[in-house]
Design a protein around this ligand. Structure first.
Ligand code: ADP
Length: 559
C-alpha cells in the first residue's frame, strides 16, 4: 500500500515564493499590496481602482455532481486546474472561498484543496487568515448590539422585539447557542428577548460582502438589510437604525481580496465564504472580477453540486455582477456515482461497475442543466487511487457514448500536471462552442415562477408546493416590493430533490417550500425546503481531537 501523506504534511513540505514575487507574475507591484507577513497580502484600494478599466479574462466555473458527505474534490480540482493552465503557459488565477473555523474543527477539516493541489499557506488560510471572518463577526454583532441598545433607549422605531430577525454570530459550530435568551437581570441590563446565534458564514453580512462590487455598494447593501419588523409588521432596515456607515467602516479592510499562491505558485484570491444553503456559496465578486482583470483564465467554484452552487453562481452572482462564465467543469468521482447507483457509503471501496452505470444518471442530469444555461463544459473525473481500471474505463465510455467531453483528472496526486488534459479539453470546447450564457428565469417573473423553474429545470421536479406560511410571506413580500429579487434555494446538497435519501436521478417528486427568509441587502430571497442549519453542531469525535502544534509552533492534524 503506498504511503499517502496528509494534506497538511504536503503543504508544510512545499516551498512558497514571497507573495511579492507571485504578485509580479500577474503585473502587480509591492505598492499594490498590503502585506500580511511574507506569504499573504490584500490588494490595496488603489490597485483595485486601477484595474477597473482593464479587459476581462475568461471565467471557468467549477461545480460537481451531488456530493457525498466527504466532498468530491471541487476545491482540489479548482486549484489543480489553475496550476494546469499555468503549466501550459496561460496566465491563470484561482478564486476561491475562505474556510470557516466551524467546519474545520468539526468534520470537514480544511478547505484549501487537497493532495498536490492546494493553496498555501494552508494552515493560515484555514485558521485566522487575514481576519476577514473576524471582521464580519464583529460587524454582525455590532449590529445586534445597536438593535438591543435601540430597544433599551426607548425604541423609537417601534421594533417588535418578538419579530427581530437579526441574530448574533460566531465562527464556530456551537449548537448550545442556537437559541438563547438575552437581556435578563432587570431594567439596566437591556430588554429581555429570545435571540440566537448563526455561524458567521451564514450571516447576511458575509453574503453582502461577497456580492458587493465596491465599498459604496457594500454600504448601500448593508443599509438595505432587514433587521426586524415593527408593530405594524413593516420591515425595519439597518438604514432606519442609521448604522450602515459604522458597519462599512468595520468591514473596510475585509472587503479587499486576499492574494496567496498554490503549491506550484499560481496566484490565488481567497476571499469571502458564504454558506451554500442560506446564501449563494461563492467567493466574492470583487475577487472574481479582480482576478479576471489580471489573468487570461480565472478558475472559480460554487459550493455543493451544480443544482445549488452553479445554479446560484449563474442566477445570483453572475447576474448581479455582470459576469459571464466561459465554460463549466463538472467534477464527478467514481465513489459518489456508485453511491448514486445504490452502494452504501461503507462499501464504496469495492469495484461495482453496475452501480456506477446506474449512478451515472446523476451526472447526466447536471450536464443537461449546464447545457440549458447555454454553457460549454467538460466533465472532470477526479481520480481516487481506489478507483479500478474497469470503473474508470466504464465512466469514460459512458461519456464517450453520449458525446460528453470528459477528462480523467489526477491533480490530487500529481498537481497541475494531472490537470493538463482537462485544461486542454476546456480550451477545445471554448474554441468550438461559444458561451451562450442565458439565465433560466427572468427577474421580472413572480417569485413562485422562479422557484418552479429552478425546481423543474434544475432539479427535475414535477411540482412545487408552498406551506401556508410561505404563501402568506409571498403576499407580504409583494407588498414590500421584493418580488423582483432572484431566489436563493436552501436545499439538501445530497439529492436533486429536497429529500437527502433520494440519490441518483429521482423523478416525479415535489419540492416543498416551507418558509422564506428575505436577504434584501444581499439581494435575494432564500427559499427554505426543509430545516436548514445556520448554526451547525460538532460531531461526537470532532476533527479538533486530532489537532495540535509541534515544538516549533506548526499546526498538526489540520487534515
Ligand atoms: P469539495 O471542494 O468538493 O468539498 P475538496 O476539494 O475540499 O472537496 O476535497 C475534500 C477532501 O477530499 C480533501 O481532504 C481532499 O484532500 C480529498 N480529496 C480530493 N480529491 C481527492 C483524490 N482524488 N484522492 C484522494 N483524496 C482526495
Amino acid at each position: 500500500k503506498p504511503v499517502v501523506k496528509s494534506d497538511i504534511e504536503i503543504a508544510q513540505q512545499s516551498f512558497m515564493k514571497p507573495i511579492t514575487e507571485v504578485a509580479e507574475s500577474i503585473g502587480l507591484h509591492e505598492d499594490d499590496l498590503e502585506l500580511f507577513g511574507k506569504y499573504k497580502a490584500k490588494l490595496s484600494t488603489d490597485a483595485l481602482k486601477k484595474l477597473d478599466a482593464k479587459k476581462s479574462g475568461k471565467i471557468i466555473l467549477v461545480t460537481s455532481i451531488n456530493p457525498t458527505p466527504a466532498g468530491e474534490g471541487k476545491s482540489t480540482v479548482t486549484v489543480g486546474l489553475g496550476d494546469a493552465f499555468t503549466k501550459i503557459g496561460k496566465k491563470a488565477i484561482i478564486a476561491m472561498r475562505e474556510p470557516s473555523l466551524g467546519p474545520t474543527m468539526g468534520v470537514k477539516g480544511g478547505a484549501t484543496g487537497g493532495g498536490f493541489s492546494q493553496v498555501l499557506p494552508m494552515e493560515d488560510i484555514n485558521l485566522h487568515f487575514t481576519g476577514d471572518l473576524h471582521a464580519i463577526t464583529t460587524a454582525n454583532n455590532a449590529l445586534a448590539a445597536f438593535i438591543d441598545n435601540h430597544l433599551q433607549q426607548g425604541n423609537e422605531l417601534g421594533i417588535d422585539q418578538r419579530r427581530i430577525v437579526w441574530k448574533r454570530a460566531l465562527d464556530m459550530n456551537d449548537r448550545a447557542l442556537r437559541k438563547v435568551v438575552i437581556g435578563l437581570g432587570g431594567p439596566m441590563q437591556g430588554v429581555p428577548r429570545e435571540d440566537g446565534f448563526d455561524i458567521t458564514v451564514a450571516s447576511e453580512i458575509m453574503a453582502v460582502l461577497c456580492l458587493s462590487t465596491d465599498l459604496q455598494d457594500l454600504k448601500k447593501r448593508l443599509g438595505q438589510m432587514v433587521i426586524a419588523y415593527n408593530y405594524n409588521k413593516q420591515p425595519v432596515t439597518v438604514e432606519d437604525l442609521g448604522v450602515q456607515g459604522a458597519l462599512t467602516m468595520l468591514l473596510k479592510e475585509a472587503v479587499k481580496p486576499n492574494l496567496v499562491q498554490t503549491i506550484e505558485h499560481t496566484p490565488a484570491f481567497i476571499h469571502g465564504g458564504p454558506f451554500a444553503n442560506i446564501a449563494h456559496g461563492c467567493n466574492s465578486v470583487i475577487a472574481t472580477k479582480t482576478a479576471s482583470k489580471l489573468a487570461d483564465f480565472v478558475v472559480t467554484e460554487g459550493g455543493f453540486g451544480a443544482d445549488l452552487g452553479a445554479e446560484k453562481f449563474l442566477h445570483i452572482k453572475a447576474r448581479s455582477a455582470g459576469i459571464k462564465p466561459e465554460a463549466v467543469v463538472i467534477v464527478a468521482t467514481i465513489r459518489a456515482l456508485k453511491m448514486h447507483g445504490g452502494v452504501p457509503k461503507t462499501d464504496l471501496g469495492r469495484e461495482d461497475v453496475q452501480a456506477l452505470t446506474v449512478g451515472f444518471a446523476n451526472l447526466k442530469k447536471h450536464i443537461e442543466t449546464i447545457e440549458s444555461f447555454g454553457l460549454p463544459y467538460v466533465v472532470a473525473v477526479n481520480k481516487f487511487i481506489t478507483d479500478t481500471d474497469q470503473e474508470v474505463r466504464t465512466l469514460i465510455d459512458l461519456c464517450d457514448q453520449g458525446n460528453i467531453p470528459v477528462s480523467l483528472t489526477e491533480v490530487w496526486e500529481k498537481g497541475g500536471e494531472g490537470g493538463v488534459d482537462l485544461a486542454n479539453k476546456l480550451l477545445e470546447v471554448i474554441d468550438k462552442k461559444e458561451s451562450n450564457f442565458q439565465p433560466l428565469y427572468d427577474l421580472s417573473e413572480s417569485l413562485e415562477n422562479k422557484i418552479l423553474t429552478i425546481a423543474q429545470k434544475v432539479y427535475g421536479a414535477e411540482k412545487v408546493e408552498f406551506s401556508s406560511k410561505a404563501k402568506k410571506q409571498l403576499k407580504d413580500f409583494d407588498s414590500f416590493g421584493w418580488s423582483h429579487l432572484p431566489i436563493c434555494m436552501a436545499k439538501t446538497q445530497y439529492s436533486l430533490s429536497d429529500d437527502p435519501t433520494k440519490l441518483g436521478r429521482p423523478t416525479g417528486f415535489t419540492i416543498t417550500i416551507r418558509e422564506f427568509k428575505p436577504s434584501i441587502g444581499a439581494g435575494f430571497i432564500v427559499a427554505l425546503t426543509g430545516d436548514v442549519m445556520t448554526m451547525p453542531g460538532l460531531p461526537k469525535l470532532p476533527a479538533a481531537l486530532r489537532m495540535d502544534v509541534d515544538e516549533n509552533g506548526n499546526a498538526i492534524g489540520l487534515f
